[in-house]
Design a protein around this ligand. Structure first.
Ligand code: CP
Length: 324
């Protein structure tokens, strides 16, 4: 694996899931594979799970770590080619990224969308400029339009908990107080479309995701109908894609409740976290035995570990082809 930016970088999705579940049983099986190598984690935004789980995964593989809140502690970064840098941005990505590449063998980047300019956000300018200029493998720790480590985790969790060969998985929009990115639902849809599941998306009118992410999923505006016989309910808020970045509805009737969960086939409740209790989902659902959000967050380690292993194997192969 060269980079990990989307499901397209996973040559065999099912193999990745299986290997991740093996790591869950034997976390230190490849303890020496990352010896004398360093991973850098650069955060433009806040993170709890991604930050800690990726560190833990890297440590399990023997990697050293450098972590920087680049959005807070770094120089203001300019991404525009040909910019006259007489404003508040002191450093261009053309220097910053290759400098990071001097210190790190693998680089993880967490960036967020502006939610103001769809074309700019969906061009993935920040992530792509790191890919272009760092000279090292790049791992997306969530970008403007995708969160692939989260989605791989979600698939691992579904594989671990499913009770039938082809479970019904429902991605449900839920209310929120802030305008949130489409990255998690986009990415979840992309990975579910690559998996052997009956995949349904439900949201109020106006919250259609970009068609390239929806793929072959069934889409309905009737949340209760979507929940019928579901095996997994994946709740997430997102802002509008068509009326870009806008909150069109905060309709509390879309909140996930015990009554709605009762329509399912004893479904597991999933959410990427952080989650706003009693806005997105009722306490009674989150605190029920069917909520798997903590197990799901725990699986972030194994998703990151299997991705880092694939990248390390490629680095090692290229450095020492005679070994293979
Ligand atoms: N789910 C997730 O990415 O959580 P953090 O934003 O805390 O990393």
């Amino acid at each position: 694996m060269q980079h990990f930016l989307s499901v397209k970088d996973a040559i065999d999705v099912q193999a990745l899931v299986k290997e991740a579940l093996l790591y869950k049983k034997t976390p230190y099986a490849d303890k020496h594979i990352g010896k004398n190598r360093t991973m850098g984690l650069l955060f433009f935004n806040s993170s709890l799970r991604t930050r800690l789980s990726t560190q833990r995964a890297a440590q399990n593989l023997g990697l050293e770590l450098i972590v920087m809140n680049v959005g807070q502690d770094g120089w203001g970064l300019e991404f525009e080619d040909g910019a006259i840098m007489d404003g508040n941005k002191a450093e261009h990505i053309k220097e910053a990224a290759p400098v990071v590449g001097q210190y790190c063998d693998i680089v993880g980047i967490r960036s967020f969308p502006t939610l103001e300019n769809r074309e700019e956000d969906y061009s993935e300018n920040v992530l792509n400029q790191f890919v272009k200029h760092t000279g090292r493998p790049i791992v997306s720790l969530e970008s403007a339009t995708r969160h692939p480590l989260q989605s791989l985790t979600d698939l691992i969790t579904i594989e671990e908990l499913k009770t039938k060969p082809r479970p019904k998985v429902v991605l449900s929009w839920a209310p929120h107080v802030k305008a949130l990115p489409q990255a998690v639902p986009n990415s979840f849809a992309e990975w579910m479309n690559a998996a052997d599941v009956d995949f349904v998306i439900t949201h109020p009118e106006g919250y259609e995701l970009a068609p390239e992410f929806v793929g072959n999923a069934k889409v309905t505006h009737n949340q209760e109908e979507a929940f019928k016989d579901a095996d997994f309910i994946y709740a997430k808020n997102w802002s509008s894609y068509n009326d870009y970045g806008k909150i069109l509805s905060q309709d509390p009737s879309w909140k996930i409740t015990t009554e709605k969960m009762a329509l399912t086939d004893n479904a597991k409740f999933m959410h990427c976290l952080p989650v706003r209790r009693n806005v997105v989902v009722d306490d009674a659902v989150l605190d029920s035995p069917n909520s798997v959000v903590i197990q799901q967050a725990g699986n972030r380690v194994w998703a990151a570990q299997v991705v880092l292993k694939q990248i390390l194997l490629k680095i090692i192969r290229e450095e020492s082809p005679y070994l293979f």
